[in-house]
Design a binder for this molecule. Sequence first.
Ligand SMILES: [Zn+2]
Ligand SMILES: [Zn+2]
Length: 121
Amino acid sequence: MTRNTKQKQEVYGALCALGHPTATEVYAYLQAHGSTVSRGTVFRVLVGFAEEGKIRRLSFAGSDMRYDATLSPHAHAHCVLCGGVTDVPLPKSISELRIDGFEVYGLEAEISGVCEKCARG
Ligand SMILES: [Zn+2]
Ligand SMILES: [Zn+2]
């Protein structure tokens, strides 16, 4: 296995373990797990995956770019206080959306609010 492939696998593994991390969070996770992948490599690998359509890029107001390894249609509930992101399954009727003369490739939905943890605190 090439060094490059191993680094890609490490970044992808961290992404899956973390859910919806920023590049900085992926880097911190890899550091904590003894990886020697550099911050620049983490960033390059994430951008490459997004361009290949392997992962999704999520941009929320007031937050760094986040990455998501789950490609099936789902919405995101974004907490405006802690920046946490929760997956929200979409009702079937929306994911089977039909628009005349328009080929639907995907659906992005962002729900903003305050998560349970922040509402309690
Ligand atoms: Zn929160
Ligand atoms: Zn997601």
